[in-house]
Ligand binder design. Structure first.
Ligand code: IPM
Ligand code: MN
Length: 364
C-alpha cells in the first residue's frame, strides 16, 4: 500500500521519539512492501520560533492531505510565559479542532513485566485493561466566551466556558458503546453532574445512547470519585468515556497504573476518511515534551512507537503490521530492556536509540 504520513516532531523530546518511530516505520515498510511517504512539519514552540505561529498554514495543509499524522509533543519552559499571546499548545488544539478529531482513545494496559514500575501494588494491577475515550474538540478547552479582563474593582479576572451540545456528546458516547461491545461490555461515564449543568446534559445524553445498547452495562461516576476508584479498583473498568478536561486529568492519572507515561500511546480520530477509506487520525504519545530530559537521548520511545502501531491499525487498516510492532515491543520489555523511566534501581537504562534498535532487531 501507499500512504502519506505527516510527521510533527514538535518540541522537547518530540523530535527524538519521532525519529525512533520513523525508523521503525521504514523497517515495517520494507518488511511488508509498503510505501510510506513522510513529510515533516513544525508545530508548537518550534513553529512559533520559526514562523511566529504555533500552527503554520503549511503544517495544517500537509496534515489535511495526509492519511495520518504522527505527533511528538509540544510545549516547554521557553514558551511558558502566562502573558504570551501565542502558545505552543494552541498549535495542538488548533490541529485537533481543524481535523475534527473529536475522539481521543487512550488505552491503559499495564505490562506484566513492568508492574513493579507502578507506585501501585501489583495485586491491584493484574488484569487491568481499559480504554479511555476522551472527548477532544469541545468542552472548556474550546468554549466561548473566554476572556481575561479587568473587573470593576480594578482587579484582573479571567474565565472560560465549559459547554457541550447534545450532538457532541452523542457521537463520542456512541463510539464508546460500539467499542465496548467488542470488549467486556461495560461503559463508565465520568462527569460532575452534581454541580455542572454541562455534566447533567452529558449524563442525560449518555443514558439515551445506552438505551440503544441493552447488553452493555453503564456506570456513571462523578469525576472526584472516579479518580479514587481508578486507584482502588482499576480492574473494574473496561471503556471509560468523559469530557475533554476530565479526560486530560484522568488519563495522566491512569498512566501511573502502567508505571510510566513513557509507554502510553494515543489516537485521535474524527469522521473524515482518508485515501484508504479509514479515519484520518492523529497519533501521539501522552507523555508530552518532557523538557527536563529533552536533547539527552534518553527518552522512552515506546509510547511513540505504540502510537505509530495504532496509526497502522486504525488509519491504514494494517493490523498484522501493528501487531508485529506491538509484539516486538513486548519481547524487548520481556527480555528486560528498559529506558530510564522504567528501569528499577540497579537496572541498566538504555537510551532512545538503543531501545529502538532492540525493537527493530525484533522486527527483522
Ligand atoms: C494532552 C496534553 C494537551 C492537552 C496539552 C499539551 C494542550 O496535556 O494531550 O493530554 O491538554 O490536551
Ligand atoms: Mn494531558
Amino acid at each position: 500500500m501507499k500512504a502519506k504520513i505527516t510527521l510533527l516532531p514538535g518540541d522537547g523530546i518530540g523530535p527524538e521519539v519521532i525519529g525512533a518511530a520513523q525508523e521503525i516505520l521504514n523497517k515495517i515498510g520494507e518488511k511488508f512492501g509498503h510505501e510510506f511517504e513522510t513529510e515533516s512539519h513544525h508545530i508548537g514552540g518550534i513553529a512559533i520560533d520559526e514562523t511566529g505561529v504555533p500552527l503554520p498554514d503549511e503544517t495544517l495543509a500537509s496534515c489535511k492531505k495526509a492519511d495520518a499524522v504522527l505527533l511528538g509533543a509540544v510545549g516547554g519552559p521557553k514558551w511558558d510565559d502566562p502573558d504570551a499571546a501565542v502558545r505552543p499548545e494552541q498549535g495542538l488544539l488548533g490541529l485537533r479542532k481543524a481535523l475534527g478529531l473529536f475522539a481521543n482513545l487512550r488505552p491503559v494496559q499495564p505490562h506484566p513485566e513492568l508492574m513493579g514500575a507502578s507506585p501501585l501494588k501489583e495485586s491491584y494491577l493484574e488484569g487491568v485493561d481499559m480504554l479511555i475515550f476522551r472527548e477532544l474538540t469541545g468542552g472548556v478547552y474550546f468554549g466561548e466566551p473566554r476572556e481575561k479582563r479587568i473587573n470593576k474593582n480594578g482587579e484582573e479576572e479571567a474565565f472560560d466556558t465549559m459547554i457541550y451540545s447534545e450532538s457532541e456528546v452523542l457521537r463520542i458516547a456512541k463510539l464508546a458503546f460500539e467499542i465496548a461491545g467488542e470488549r467486556r461490555k461495560k461503559v463508565t461515564s465520568v462527569d460532575k453532574a452534581n454541580v455542572l449543568e454541562s455534566s447533567r446534559l452529558w449524563r442525560k445524553t449518555v443514558a439515551k445512547v445506552a438505551a440503544d445498547y441493552p447488553d452493555i452495562e453503564l456506570e456513571n461516576l462523578l469525576v472526584d470519585a472516579a479518580t479514587m476508584h481508578l486507584l482502588s479498583r482499576p480492574r473494574d473498568f473496561d471503556v471509560m468515556v468523559t469530557m475533554n478536561l476530565f479526560g486530560d486529568i484522568i488519563t495522566d492519572e491512569s498512566s501511573m497504573l502502567t508505571g510510566s507515561m513513557g509507554n502510553m500511546p494515543s489516537a485521535a480520530l474524527g469522521e473524515d476518511l482518508n485515501s484508504v477509506g479509514k479515519p484520518r487520525g492523529m497519533y501521539e504519545p501522552i507523555h508530552g515534551s518532557a523538557p527536563d530530559i529533552a536533547g539527552k537521548g534518553i527518552a522512552n520511545p515506546v509510547g511513540m512507537i505504540l502510537s505509530m502501531a495504532m496509526m497502522l491499525r486504525h488509519s491504514l487498516g494494517l493490523n498484522a503490521e501493528a501487531e508485529t510492532i506491538e509484539k516486538a515491543v513486548d519481547s524487548v520489555l520481556n527480555a528486560g530492556h528498559r529506558t530510564g523511566d522504567i528501569a528499577k534501581e540497579g537496572e541498566k537504562a538504555l537510551g532512545t536509540a538503543e531501545m529502538s534498535e532492540k525493537i527493530i532487531e525484533e522486527l527483522l
